[in-house]
Write a protein that binds this ligand. Sequence first.
Ligand SMILES: [Zn+2]
Length: 215
Amino acid sequence: MKGNKIVAVGDEGLAKEYEAKTVLDVDGDIVMPGLINSHTHASMTVFRSLGDDVPDRLHRYIFPLEKKLVSRDMVRIGAQLANVEMLKGGVTTYADMYYFEDEVAKTVDTIGMRAVLGETVIKFPVADAANAEEGIQYALNFIEEYKDHPRITPAFAPHAPYTNTTEVLQKITKLSLEHDVPVMIHLAESDRENEVIAERSGGKSPVAYMADIGA
Ligand SMILES: [Zn+2]
């Protein structure tokens, strides 16, 4: 390692070519790159297991629960707990999608992890935006604030095609290219989504619909 970069990978002969400042005896342990959690909602650790066993839990339980309980404090506290749990399991990088992502970013910055943090855009009123347009604005401010951070990649996170309009999804596509940031989305996730998108698009699957609208 030099700074935060791996400078060489190879067999044991390679080690002789480098002088290390510190040598660790990790007898019995493994030295390996950190694991990557490729999709999570870290702050939702505070809702763990609620409604897990009921059909359509997102609409019946999670959305109403979030409407009542999501706040800056809840987002920060939940992310802090999730960060510790992930690190203890070997996860050093994660992709997150939630509200108040600037609060999640502060926890990632403090603990020293890496993360791709997506600010949610959704068509109904949520804790940090009254509508999709406000969600986009929140995301733009967040992107501006964190775009040069060495370990945090800010992103747009339109929740799903069925919870956003075609116009909003196209606008986010355009903005993500302009600002050179990633987009994360839930896609082809549920039966209900398949039905809603088929109705909207004349029978297309969610993936085909997204491709068709240029997203
Ligand atoms: Zn998700």
